[in-house]
Write a protein that binds this ligand. Structure first.
Ligand code: ADP
Ligand code: DP6
Ligand code: CO
Length: 320
């Protein structure tokens, strides 16, 4: 009996991936850079079954049709790579809200790729595992590695993979995840970024924005300059969300609560705390702060948003 249980953590993009130049291969228009998080993760096990159909379980329940279809597409890819026709049972547990803008697709497909690597005894290198996870969801490319990770956009399937920049960051960075809504988003990341690519007149500028921000971010990481890391992440996040505002039809993942949290972060910063925000494809905010300021920032967030689920996060490990 092969042990296929695999755990992969989500990641938060500090320099965002938002748009594919090749939708089938999940090749992005830009590089991106993320931090893998300890507190949010997915655990997945797989085994072969003697059945006509695959069987997909999410959080101990049979997955809905849309979820199952996306997983089956990935199973088909892995079967093709292994010249196999065997049906598979997937049991996955998300220790992160599913499809709520907290990167469940990143931990989900990284864990699934890792589990299938074991099931089919593929013995993939971390680089090849990163390439495989990419085919499930772009952000999963980066969740193979821990700490700070860069996804090199590449020009084809072979050259688009992530690389660890610093797996054990010696930097007092902490994050607070402020979840105001854990319901599934109406516009998936896949759909949202496609609409931005196809209709925002500003999309043409996005690759240049990312190139500039990425260069500054890599320098800030080398200098352990947490303030600058936070500032660049915040600016890059707003540039990404501006693409959605300028899509036609326009859309946004922000809600009233999102703006209220943004305002609080500005207040905290004016009062001398290290606090910046970044937001993925959902209404929930991640606050970037330091070990020194974490407790105070958390207390203020919790006092202002008693209904919000506030989770402390720190740099997390790669796939295991
Ligand atoms: P998120 O912000 O959570 O990443 P996305 O819209 O990018 O939201 O992706 C959500 C989709 O990712 C889900 O609808 C499902 O198709 C897939 N997904 C989430 N968790 C898992 C998992 N554990 N295993 C496989 N696929 C998953
Ligand atoms: C805003 O990786 O979820 O979180 O590749 O279509 O599955 P697909 O999209 P996904 O998009 C992530 C978008 C983001 C930014 C990021 O993680 O870089
Ligand atoms: Co996602």
């Amino acid at each position: 009996m092969i042990m296929t249980k695999t755990t992969a953590h989500t990641n938060i993009a500090l320099i965002k991936y938002w748009g594919k130049k090749d939708a089938a291969l999940h090749l992005p228009y830009t590089d991106s850079l993320s931090l893998t998080l300890d507190g949010y993760y997915t655990t997945t096990t797989t085994h072969f079954i003697d059945a006509a159909q695959d069987e997909i379980w999410l959080d101990h329940q049979l997955a809905d049709a849309a979820f199952a279809a996306r997983v089956e597409k990935f199973l088909n890819l892995v079967r093709t790579l292994n010249h196999s026709q065997k049906r598979i049972c997937v049991q996955t547990i998300n220790h992160v809200p599913t499809a709520a803008g907290l990167a469940s697709s990143a931990s989900g497909f990284a864990a699934l790729a890792g589990s299938l690597d074991k099931l089919f005894q593929m013995n993939l290198s971390k680089t090849d595992l990163s390439r495989l996870a990419r085919r499930g969801s772009g952000s999963a490319t980066r969740s193979i590695f821990g700490g700070f990770v860069q996804w090199h956009q590449g020009t084809d399937d072979a050259s688009s993979f992530a690389e660890a920049i610093d797996e054990n960051p010696n930097l007092p960075i902490r994050l607070l995840s402020v979840v105001v809504n854990n319901q599934e988003k109406k516009i998936t990341s896949t759909k949202g970024m496609l609409q931005a690519v196809e209709t925002s007149p500003f999309y043409a500028q996005w690759p240049q924005v990312v190139q500039t921000d990425l260069k500054s971010m890599l320098q800030a990481l080398r200098n352990h300059d947490l303030e600058l890391i936070g500032q660049i992440a915040e600016d890059n996040c707003l540039a990404m969300h501006a693409l959605n505002w300028t899509s036609r039809p326009a859309f946004t993942y922000f809600t009233a609560a999102t703006y209220q949290i943004i305002n609080l972060v500005h207040q905290l910063r004016a009062q001398g705390y290290l606090a910046y925000y970044t937001i993925d494809a959902g209404p929930n905010v991640k606050i970037i702060t330091s070990i020194a300021d974490l407790a105070q920032v958390q207390a203020r967030v919790q006092a202002n948003f008693p209904q919000a689920q506030v989770t402390k996060l720190k740099p997390g490990p790669g796939i295991r």
